[in-house]
Design a protein around this ligand. Structure first.
Ligand code: GLY
Length: 543
């Protein structure tokens, strides 16, 4: 393959591929795939959410050399005490919604680094909205829990009518999945028409902007048109570190993904980890990996937040002497939970989506987007067919208490107007010793994004194919709760080892992240791609 797009829904992969076929570059493909995901993966991402995009175009015919990271994470408009003071929910309803950034971010990427026009990149999304898509197993799983919740709390059916009547099909979604019915979305088509015609202002102003703000205010939030219009896209240098002879380009804060993954991998390198023979059925290396994750997630919790508001000690955290000190703390034992923190619970969430793209010029894009939990805040912009995020829950909204992912975060991550909540999204591009793109990866799944992305890249560096790198079973540890989450295939061996070595508390999980990965063929001539079987995605490529 000369180019490939790996999204977590096949219709979105094909949308990106069609841009490559029209001569577009990786950015055009990522933007088209992302707008299409807004239609076919409304449970995961969409124009009501936000995201990050890492771009590495070594030799683009239009732009030459491009190396950048785009931050279109949602922003707060309230202060740090807001949720404690008002008692409002940070996961459901209008107050949970942070100012969305996806439309501004995608159009910014397109205008600065893409080559095609708005109408072209929006065409596949408009087609999907008009002609419909078949809900899949991931959609059914996301809907099942919500249908039960709506049935238990019938007032939710009138409070969130777009969710109940449209996205949950008044409780019929599981039947629809079995029958293979189509879900069309003419209302969202209208939103895309406004964006195609007016650009960013089609979303932040006029009838669509007013509809968004009204939806939020009617559901108990206080966002204004000024907040929506004032949203700014930011651009950073990607975070860069050498690991095992490879250069990792990944997302800096306000994503914690890059720092946490790099810290884990650097601790492994300091322990002389055998990267070439990485295998998680090796007891010693698994132990090292789990302990390194605990250190990195502890630092995530204690130190990371939005760098526009707080000075972050990233250079210290990734300083080799600090890393070596941490590596030396890893013994053959696991430590008392108090050594790391307090236990709590996390949901198995997939309110996020990742796209990996490679184009025929070797240009790479890693793009992860989110509405946070599945279907976000449940607040629908009814006349325009989409739901709004609940990204406020990624802030520290109740001091000392875990968020929906079980993450306890510091006061550094308290909300403040214009501030972006700490994220786990880890879009990453890995370049080899010759400076050529070797792999593009990223994932969905809350904090499991970090471990899922990292497992896939450890596998890739050990010489596994894209399919094997995605498919291999994974585990996840995030320091708190002090529990090792293990995919079913590893339960037997991990439980046995845990019993032998007084290891970790173990809990089975069906999905430790959902990865989309592209890897250079070993002969260097083409690309292999894989979308995660766990979420039902499928990649698409051009020959
Ligand atoms: N909302 C998931 C994340 O950004 O980590």
């Amino acid at each position: 393959m000369r180019g490939a797009v790996a999204a977590d829904h096949y219709v979105a992969s094909v949308a990106g591929k069609s841009m490559l076929e029209q001569g577009g570059n990786a950015v055009d493909a990522a933007v088209a795939a992302s707008f299409t995901l807004a239609v076919v993966r409304p449970e995961s991402c969409g124009i009501g959410g936000g995201g990050f995009m890492v771009i590495h175009l070594p030799d683009d015919p239009t732009h030459g050399y491009v190396h950048t990271a785009i931050n279109y994470r949602e922003t707060a408009y309230v202060d740090g005490d807001y949720f404690e003071r008002t008692g409002k929910s940070s996961t459901i309803g209008g107050a949970a919604v942070a100012v969305p950034g996806t439309v501004s971010g995608l159009l910014y990427a397109l205008e600065h680094y893409g080559t095609l026009d708005r109408a072209t990149v929006l065409a596949p999304a408009m087609d999907a909205a008009k002609n419909g898509f078949h809900p899949d197993e991931n959609y059914r799983q996301a809907s099942d829990g919500l249908i039960a919740r709506f049935n238990k709390n019938p007032e939710m059916k009138t409070k969130f009518p777009l969710m109940w009547n449209h996205f949950l099909q008044s409780g019929n979604t599981p039947d629809m999945v079995q029958r293979g019915d189509l879900i069309t979305n003419d209302s969202m088509l209208r939103a895309f028409e406004l964006i195609a015609e007016k650009g960013r202002e089609g979303f932040t102003k006029g009838e669509l902007g007013i509809a968004i703000v009204n939806a939020i205010q009617n559901a108990g939030g206080e966002m204004t048109l000024g907040d929506l219009e004032g949203y700014e896209v930011l651009e950073y240098e990607p975070l860069e570190r050498e690991i095992n002879g490879h250069t990792f380009y990944t997302m800096p804060p306000p994503s914690s993904g890059g720092v946490t993954m790099l810290e884990t991998l650097m601790i492994l390198e300091a322990l002389n980890y055998d990267f070439d023979n990485h295998a998680i059925n090796n007891g010693e290396s698994s132990h090292q990996l789990i302990e390194a994750l605990k250190h990195a997630f502890a630092d995530r919790s204690n130190y990371l937040a939005d760098p526009e508001f707080i000075d972050l000690p990233i250079d210290d955290l990734l300083d080799i002497s600090v890393i070596e000190e941490r590596a030396q703390m890893i013994t053959s034992q696991v430590h008392d939970p108090k050594y790391y923190g307090t236990p709590n619970l996390i949901p198995n969430d997939h309110g996020t989506s990742h796209i990996s793209v490679i184009d025929p010029w070797g240009g790479a894009v890693a793009c992860t987007e989110t509405v946070n939990l599945e279907f976000g805040s449940l607040v629908g912009v009814n006349d325009f067919g989409f739901v709004l995020n609940n990204e406020m829950d990624d802030f520290t909204t109740q001091r000392g208490k875990p968020n929906a992912f079980g993450l306890i975060q510091s006061d550094r991550n308290l909300p403040s107007p214009g501030k972006r909540p700490l994220s786990s999204m880890s879009p990453t591009i890995v370049v080899d010793e010759n400076g050529e793109v070797f792999a593009i990866s990223g994932a969905s799944g809350g904090p499991r994004i970090i471990t899922g992305t990292m497992h896939s890249l450890l596998n890739a560096m050990a010489g596994k194919s894209a399919w094997e790198s995605m498919n291999a079973p994974r585990f996840h540890h995030q320091w708190l709760p002090n529990t090792l989450f293990v995919e079913p295939e590893l339960m037997g061996i991990m439980t046995e080892r845990s019993g032998q070595g007084n290891w970790n508390t173990i809990q089975q999980t069906n999905r430790a992240g959902n990865v989309q990965i592209i890897i250079r063929d070993p002969d260097g001539k083409g690309w292999q791609s894989a979308s995660d079987r766990r979420k039902g995605g499928q990649p698409a490529g051009i020959d």
